[in-house]
Design a protein. Structure first.
Length: 70
């Protein structure tokens, strides 16, 4: 965020530049790590518990393959 000089209220505008890109990439990486942790926990549950929560083991395993399936 940056403050516009000359404004009486000190209006804030979104910053454009390196800091914004770095913050966006950092948030994306943290979200991806959180998804991996949740998927790992879910795969540790038995099939009956997964079905109770509306998940399918095959779908979770396929989702955990990554971006480049072999």
């Amino acid at each position: 965020m940056a403050t516009i000089i000359g404004e009486t209220g000190g209006r804030a505008v979104a910053g454009r530049g390196v800091a914004r890109r770095v913050l966006g990439r950092m948030l994306t990486a943290r979200e991806e790590r959180a998804r991996q942790t949740v998927k790992a926990y879910l795969l540790g549950l038995d099939d009956a518990t997964l079905a109770t929560f509306g998940y399918d083991r095959k779908a979770l395993e396929d989702a955990g393959q990554g971006r480049f399936p072999l």
